[in-house]
Design a binder for this molecule. Structure first.
Ligand code: ZN
Length: 256
């Protein structure tokens, strides 16, 4: 196919004759009209994620409180329950964003060995800021719905469980329920099912023998660099101030 029609129409200043001789005008057998605009083929992907978190419940501190977390899912879990420890501070830039290769690589380093259910749950809860794996311990399972053939939750499947961190000033464990779902689609009854499951999780947390009742959620103030106190046990850095206990590992902080 002749390409002459691509030739620029706008006249450029004529080059000096000594450099290039302008080609003689040519006549075309047929000319394709230039289109007014491109005939576009549309591409679009709509993803929809949703999640819910409950109030926090204060549990008496101590390692047994943390060890009891998986039992709080009880028979709500439709898959094996997985416990995700807070991330290593050396993976502090981890983010589930594949286009940001460095962050994605750290994220996979931290969570690549988790089950597809847990990775899906972390991906959507972390993307929605419903969880902060820097200090939250996350106890996760499939709670409703189906998996695809590769073992990943379908869009209408509900995943989640409980997340916990240590209270900076008292060393108590603060536990909340959280659920998430979504992807390439939505279903009308998922929200209602999620509410029912979240209520059941909160009830299980409150029924725990260590429960001291519902408490306002007070996320730790994260401090960076020299301004914060770094936990000598786990390396987590919190803002200087009222923090006495490390929100990540629950050990007493040594203020210098
Ligand atoms: Zn610590």
């Amino acid at each position: 196919m002749p390409l002459e029609f691509l030739r620029r129409k706008s006249a450029k200043p004529a080059p000096a004759p000594s450099v290039v001789a302008a080609p003689p005008p040519r006549s075309y057998g047929r000319t394709a009209p230039l289109p007014e605009e491109a005939v576009a083929q549309e591409h679009q992907l709509r993803l929809s994620y949703a999640g819910k978190t409950s109030e926090g419940v204060r549990l008496k501190g101590g390692p047994e409180a943390m060890a009891a977390l998986p039992d709080m899912l009880g028979d709500l879990a439709k898959s094996p329950v997985e416990v995700v420890e807070p991330r290593d501070p050396e993976l502090g830039h981890a983010a589930p964003a594949i286009a940001r290769a460095g962050e994605a690589s750290q994220w996979l380093q931290a969570h690549g060995n988790a089950s597809p259910i847990t990775r899906h749950a972390l991906y959507l809860l972390e993307s929605m800021d419903a969880i902060d794996p820097a200090f939250d311990t996350f106890v996760c399972a499939l709670l409703d719905g189906d998996l695809d053939l590769a073992g990943y939750p379908e869009y209408a499947a509900i995943v989640g469980g409980v997340a916990a961190h240590w209270d900076e000033s008292t060393g108590d464990l603060i536990v909340r329920g959280l659920v998430g779902w979504g992807g390439r689609g939505t279903r009308g009854d998922t929200d209602r099912t999620a509410n029912r499951i979240l209520t059941a999780i909160l009830q299980n947390i409150l029924d725990s023998s260590d429960s001291l009742g519902v408490t306002p959620l007070d996320h730790p103030a994260l401090g960076g660099g020299s301004a914060g106190v770094t936990c000598s046990h786990c390396g987590f850095t919190v803002a200087r101030g009222r923090a006495v206990f490390c929100p990540k590992c629950g050990m007493r902080l040594l203020h210098g």
